[in-house]
Design a protein around this ligand. Structure first.
Ligand SMILES: Nc1ncnc2c1ncn2[C@@H]1O[C@H](COP(=O)(O)OP(=O)(O)OP(=O)(O)O)[C@@H](O)[C@H]1O
Ligand SMILES: [Mg+2]
Length: 227
């Protein structure tokens, strides 16, 4: 790793709001993010946290319009434009909701996708490069990262099998081929490598209860570490 990328990575820090935590879920389509978020929210509420679940892109009225524009697009979006659209949605959600809510002690904000999705999809999938993605975030500026990222890792076959089970029309990214998906997996692996303290990798090929036990373990480690 070059000195330059190390300096770049050092700019990405989690928020410092006493008693509040920022957690994101990552993984390719069908990894089990939505499934696990519902369970995690319920579990954290049982521990008396106030839990808010937000999704990217979207989560605000303006952001939902951007989400529609991207995911329902029938014409190609240039990778650079795509990255900036995601960053716009991210900035809006962060300032309109996340930072205000985290200021209330005892809050946990859960994001369904965040910066690691941009690293995987635009950095690797679209070929912009991880450094370009990180630099864009630095200049936006968008350098706030979660305390904990739960990366649920599955392979290509599992992703296809689970997507087919759902039988809903495929969105903009789901229509891409196998090569694209392999790049996403590589991108997530790279994120895990670059942010080893923040990104916790879970074997998503295992059953739902195994994945949930791993999530609980990581969450407890966070709460006990930051407290
Ligand atoms: N560990 C698991 N083992 C088997 N099936 C699973 C597991 N986790 C989730 N599933 C199933 O896989 C499908 C996709 O799960 P889910 O919608 O939670 O994925 P996702 O990561 O949110 O996908 P997307 O990125 O498309 O929103 C669902 O039918 C779900 O029931
Ligand atoms: Mg989902």
């Amino acid at each position: 790793m070059t000195i330059e990328i190390n300096q770049l990575l050092a700019n990405f820090r989690p928020p410092a709001f006493p008693g509040s935590y920022f957690i994101s879920f990552e993984g390719i389509e069908g990894a089990g993010k939505s499934t696990q978020i519902i369970q995690t929210q319920r579990y954290l509420e049982s521990l008396n946290f106030r839990v808010l679940v937000l999704r990217e892109p979207g989560g605000t009225s303006f952001g939902e319009k951007l989400r529609k524009a991207i995911l329902e697009s029938n014409s190609p979006i240039h990778p650079v434009a795509e990255m900036h659209l995601f960053c716009s949605s991210r900035a809006q959600l962060l300032h309109e909701v996340t930072l205000k809510e985290l200021a209330v002690p005892g809050t946990i904000i859960i994001y369904d996708r965040y910066i690691d999705s941009t690293i995987a999809y635009q950095g690797m999938g679209r070929g912009l490069g991880i450094e370009a993605v990180l630099k864009t975030h630095q200049s936006f500026p968008l350098t706030l990262v979660p305390h904990l990222t739960l990366y649920i890792a599955i392979g290509l076959n599992t992703s296809h099998l689970r997507q087919n089970k759902r039988q809903i029309p495929k969105d903009y990214f789901e229509r891409q081929g196998n090569d694209f998906y392999q790049k996403l997996i590589d991108g997530y692996e790279k994120s895990h490598e670059l942010f080893p303290e923040r990104v916790f990798k879970i074997d998503g090929e295992k059953d739902e209860s195994f994945v949930f036990e791993e999530i609980k373990r990581a969450v407890h480690h966070l709460i006990e570490r930051v407290r």
